[in-house]
Design a protein around this ligand. Structure first.
Ligand SMILES: Nc1nc2c(c(=O)[nH]1)N[C@H]1C(S)=C(S)[C@@H](COP(=O)(O)O)O[C@H]1N2
Ligand SMILES: [Mo]
Length: 251
């Protein structure tokens, strides 16, 4: 079965088409035939996507000269949708009180802004991205982490993607449960309404479409970590790469 994603996931899905592009084609109803781009079609698709690629470049930006910024990744090949009204975050496991937060509850908590580069382990980097959210530490405190808890297991409502953090990593000031990115609400394709943002680590730690956080006393490697990426994904100090660490400045 060729179902096992490849390590160069960001470049190709299992059928050889860029995952981001395939998802976007689905979004725009272009279908699988659209994977074979002639120059003309390429231009038409690029202009159909212009409003998105301008603010929010996708896998397609590789085809648009000079437009390369964020690429949209989804290991499921789809973009799950959950409105702010529907969205809930459950914090469970080794906590004093099971927490079930709605979007309104989250934005009512003390906000933190961070401006920092975002770097994917495959090499692309977007400079000075503005983020806003609630410190993951504050969310954990609200649930009350029990003695002996050492790790988190984070899940996405895409039904597949997971991530792990140690308790020390999770409690850093530059790790957010983020509801704004690039100056406005986190969009569906970027993992909205709420995603994780782990500023000092490679992009794969910043789980999109956040749904639940389990507090545990064991490390369960995340989706890409199972497939070979480092569990401690520090930018410039992991995965055999030597990138500049992602700097963190104020809001
Ligand atoms: N649920 C989910 N979260 C995810 C991913 C994914 O495929 N699914 N990809 C990760 C990777 S490898 C990167 S680089 C970033 C990309 O974020 P973006 O799609 O907003 O550019 O999301 C991370 N979080
Ligand atoms: Mo990535």
């Amino acid at each position: 079965m060729d179902d096992v994603p490849r390590r160069d996931h960001e470049v190709e899905g299992r059928d050889g088409t860029p995952v981001g592009r395939r998802a976007v084609l689905g979004l725009f109803g272009l279908g699988a035939a659209g994977v074979f781009f002639g120059a003309g079609l390429q231009r038409r698709v690029a202009s159909a996507l212009a409003p998105i690629t301008a603010a929010d470049p996708t896998g397609l930006t590789a085809l648009v000269p000079g437009a390369g910024k964020f690429r949209i990744y989804t290991v499921t090949g789809g973009l799950p949708r959950r409105s702010r009204a529907e969205w809930r975050l459950e914090v469970h496991g080794m906590v004093d009180e099971l927490l079930d937060l709605g979007y309104g509850d989250l934005v009512a908590m003390e906000p933190t802004g961070i401006t920092a580069d975002f770097q994917c382990v495959t090499g692309w980097r977007v400079g000075d991205v503005k983020w806003k959210g609630v410190k993951l530490a504050d969310v954990l405190d609200r649930a009350g982490v029990q003695q002996g808890a050492t790790h988190l297991r984070l899940r996405s409502f895409d039904g597949t993607y997971t991530e792990s953090l140690t308790m020390d990593q999770a409690r850093r000031d530059d790790v957010l449960v983020a509801y704004e990115m690039l100056g406005s609400g986190v969009t569906r394709e970027h993992g909205g309404p709420v995603r994780l943002y782990v500023a000092p680590m490679y992009g794969y730690k910043s789980l999109k479409w956040l749904e639940s956080i389990e507090v545990t006393n064991e490390l369960v490697p995340g989706y890409w970590e199972e497939l070979g990426y480092d569990i401690d994904g520090w930018v410039g100090r992991s995965n055999g790469r030597s990138d500049e660490p992602t700097p963190v400045s104020g809001p």
